[in-house]
Design a protein around this ligand. Structure first.
Ligand SMILES: *Cc1c(COP(=O)(O)O)cnc(C)c1O
Length: 389
């Protein structure tokens, strides 16, 4: 089966890990600070704090922005559940914003109209989380100016977008349009540390707070204590640290990132080209700034009822497709905890149409051609049989 995504580990990462294993520090050594510096160099952010997952990074970012019980956090309906869960960890409630079907990103028009209503009802969000779906930037300039008007904070969930840019050329992560940007380094993402994540911010105090919260709420970490045994826990934190063994993988992956992105963009450009010839709609558009973590096709209206069959057929023919995402509020946890969820029509339509097809640096040209030809035959068959599999 050709998977929809895959990590790319070379001998270099393996020997970097072995080297750390033979070192004095398996965790809290030199590798994590080097990785954090590397993320700052990549993005031009002032601070990067590496943690054990993007889920932890989102959680600590919400805490650092003082999200608490009684607050409301807005997230796009089309995202991984972790984007919403972080607000729940802090006791806040979550409201969902609809998306643009063309990109899968948060719809600025929906955001605007929700803000108008929320202002009247006195339920403005404390934080809005923007997810750069598949690695394509949201309209951050508009969202940023709305945040000034309505006084909310912004977290960019850039779990799909390590190494991606805004259309104006700035790197996602520079946090020029937000308070904090979060990356994920899970193996399925663009750059991996096996498990890992980071919060990037230009606000030194937010960075300090996140640093402290990842380490139990203790000000100094083990290595910087010098000859003193003293430490002081000033607030209730967690152990969300990234181990040095894993940061060593990240330090090598950062050097290879540009190569990963080039190959992803090359594959994406060829998909847009080949699939357009076959009248297959795709999410997003050809560009050189997305990281193309995912590549989604969109079924035609008359294929929606057959999505299950199409999905199974593609898998049976060796194409490891997936779907991103079921609108978060359709999960039973959110159905039972949230009494009044208004539905997001575009996110639900997107969910009915989207299928993620394989994209990752090691996808070969032969595999690429197989994906295109299998897609073509399976989708054509679904036309012929129209509801009659
Ligand atoms: C993967 C992902 C996360 C969670 O990342 P982890 O590092 O696995 O915790 C959060 N948000 C989005 C949009 C993701 O795709």
């Amino acid at each position: 089966m050709i998977p929809y995504g895959s990590h790319f580990i070379s001998e270099e990462e393996i020997s970097a890990v072995v080297k750390v294993l033979k070192n004095e520090w398996l965790t809290q050594g030199e590798q994590v600070p080097a990785f954090e510096q590397g993320l700052c160099n990549l993005t031009d952010a002032k601070n990067a704090v590496a943690v054990n997952s993007a889920t932890s990074a989102l959680h600590l970012s919400c805490l650092a922005l003082d999200v608490a019980k009684g607050d409301v956090v807005w997230v796009p309906a089309n995202t991984f559940v972790a984007t919403a869960n972080c607000a729940r960890y802090c006791g806040a409630s979550v409201e969902f914003v609809d998306i643009d079907i063309a990109t899968g990103n948060i719809s600025v028009a929906s955001l605007q109209s929700m803000l108008l209503h929320a202002e009247k009802s006195g339920r403005l969000p404390k934080v809005v989380i923007a997810v750069h779906f598949a690695g394509t930037a949201c309209e951050m300039e508009t969202i940023h100016s709305l945040s000034k008007k309505y006084q909310f904070k912004i977290i960019e969930d850039a779990s799909h977008a390590t190494g991606a840019s805004y259309p104006n050329g700035g790197k996602i992560g520079n946090s020029l349009y937000s308070d904090i940007t979060v990356f994920s380094f899970h193996p399925v993402k663009v750059l991996t540390t096996a498990e890992g994540g980071a919060s990037l911010t230009n606000d030194n105090q937010l960075a300090e707070r996140i640093r402290r919260l990842r380490n139990h709420g203790i000000d100094r970490d083990l290595k910087n204590r010098g000859n003193s045994w003293e430490f002081d826990q000033t607030e209730l934190g967690f152990n969300f640290r990234m181990p040095d063994v894993l940061a060593a993988i990240g330090n090598i992956q950062l050097q290879r990132l540009e190569g990963f992105l080039n190959r992803r963009r090359e594959i994406a450009a060829r998909y847009y080209d080949e699939l357009a010839k076959r009248n297959i709609d795709c999410v997003g558009s050809i560009n050189n700034y997305s990281s193309f973590h995912l590549f989604g096709i969109l079924l035609d209206d008359n294929q929606i009822s057959e999505k299950q069959n199409i999905f199974v057929e593609l898998r049976q023919q060796g194409i490891g497709v997936n779907v991103h995402y079921k609108p978060v509020y359709l999960n039973s946890y959110y159905q039972t905890t949230h009494s009044s969820i208004s539905s997001c029509a575009s996110a639900e339509m997107f969910y009915k149409k989207e299928i993620s097809i394989p994209i990752y640096p090691e996808l070969t040209d032969i595999e690429f051609n197989k994906v295109v030809s299998v897609l073509e035959t399976v989708l054509e068959k679904s036309y012929d049989n129209c509801g009659n599999w």
